[in-house]
Design a protein around this ligand. Structure first.
Ligand SMILES: Nc1ncnc2c1ncn2[C@@H]1O[C@H](COP(=O)(O)OP(=O)(O)OP(=O)(O)O)[C@@H](O)[C@H]1O
Ligand SMILES: [Mg+2]
Length: 293
């Protein structure tokens, strides 16, 4: 149902509803508003290209004499706009993989390319810049700064990026609005529910407008209703074109991803081959177009 054209001039009487993250044009296609409000149309038919390429990556932790192989020869491709769920039992290597994808840790062997650039060739400054500009992180334990308002928490990545105060505030407010937290901006983490804290953490991940969001068990500390709400939010963000990789133990949430990757004892298995997934995409696109004849 369409909203009346001038409904937004009326101040909300109840808790503010999140502004729809996904706006649609007349044809129903998702559009994205950036910065000054320019509309960027997401074209699902554009050729896909990889944001992540992992080539035979291994990671072994050395604990004195003991070597713990956490990842073994992992190869993986994740395309722009993908929503990927990583599953696997405890200790299988999911967080190790996510830390490498997020450039928080370095592989012991193999190569990792992000947007075609080999991360192994970057120095610490370039890596910090890459993490800050391109990647948003969401963690199971929210990792919000205690005794600090939601608004200031969301502003932090922008402060690291060197944005001035008024611009930081404006963007942080907008991000909190988009996750439905406009009416809790001045609350501290201890004054928020788990689901609300995670929504603030999602706003913090979003605020730099990253092309990739990495979420390691973002719903692990939430009850099933809040978990679904956070997943709804991630899905909406993905619909706008942001690539999302999330770790989850919940098969119901994993089913909502376009693709599931299983990590077993440091090996990646059963990830849908790119070609098979591409074919499925094309079948879906064909089913969505007007029937011929
Ligand atoms: N810093 C570390 N030093 C030594 N070993 C580590 C370190 N981090 C992880 N490991 C080991 O690497 C293996 C993979 O750990 P990882 O944290 O990636 O698992 P996970 O799949 O994320 O598990 P969970 O579902 O419990 O979060 C485990 O055997 C773990 O004990
Ligand atoms: Mg883990």
């Amino acid at each position: 149902m369409r909203r009346p054209p001038h409904s937004r001039v009326n101040p909300p009487t109840r808790a503010a509803r999140p502004r729809p993250l996904v706006e649609r044009d007349e044809s129903g296609a998702a559009v994205r508003r950036r910065g000054g409000g320019a509309v960027v149309r997401r074209d699902d038919r554009r050729p896909r290209h990889p944001v992540i390429r992992v080539h035979e990556v291994g990671k072994t932790y050395e604990l004195g004499q003991i070597r713990v192989p956490a990842l073994r020869d992992v190869s993986l491709r994740i395309d722009v706009g993908d929503l990927v769920a990583i599953m696997g039992s405890s200790g299988s290597g999911k967080t190790t993989l996510m830390n490498i994808l997020g450039c928080l840790d370095v592989p012991s062997s193999g190569r990792y390319l992000i947007d075609g650039v080999d991360v192994g060739n970057m120095d610490e400054d370039d890596l910090a810049d890459l993490r800050n500009r391109k990647i948003g992180f969401v963690f199971q334990s929210f990792n919000l700064v205690a005794r600090t308002s939601a608004l200031v928490n969301v502003e932090l990545p922008l402060a690291y990026a060197g944005l001035r105060g008024s611009e930081r505030r404006r963007r942080a407010e907008r991000a909190l609005h988009s996750v439905g937290m406009a009416n809790r901006m001045h609350h501290q983490p201890s004054e928020l529910s788990g689901g609300q804290q995670q929504r603030v953490a999602v706003a913090r991940a979003l605020v730099t407008n990253p092309s990739l969001i990495l979420a390691d068990e973002p719903t692990g500390n939430l009850d099933s209703l809040m978990a679904r709400q956070v997943m709804d939010l991630l899905e909406q963000i993905n619909e706008m074109g942001t690539t999302i990789v999330l770790v989850t133990h919940d098969p119901e949430l994993a089913r909502r991803a376009q693709r599931n990757i299983h990590v077993v004892d440091g090996l990646v298995i059963d990830s849908a081959p790119y070609e098979r997934r591409r074919a499925a995409d094309e079948t879906r696109a064909g089913a969505g177009s007007p029937a011929a004849g």
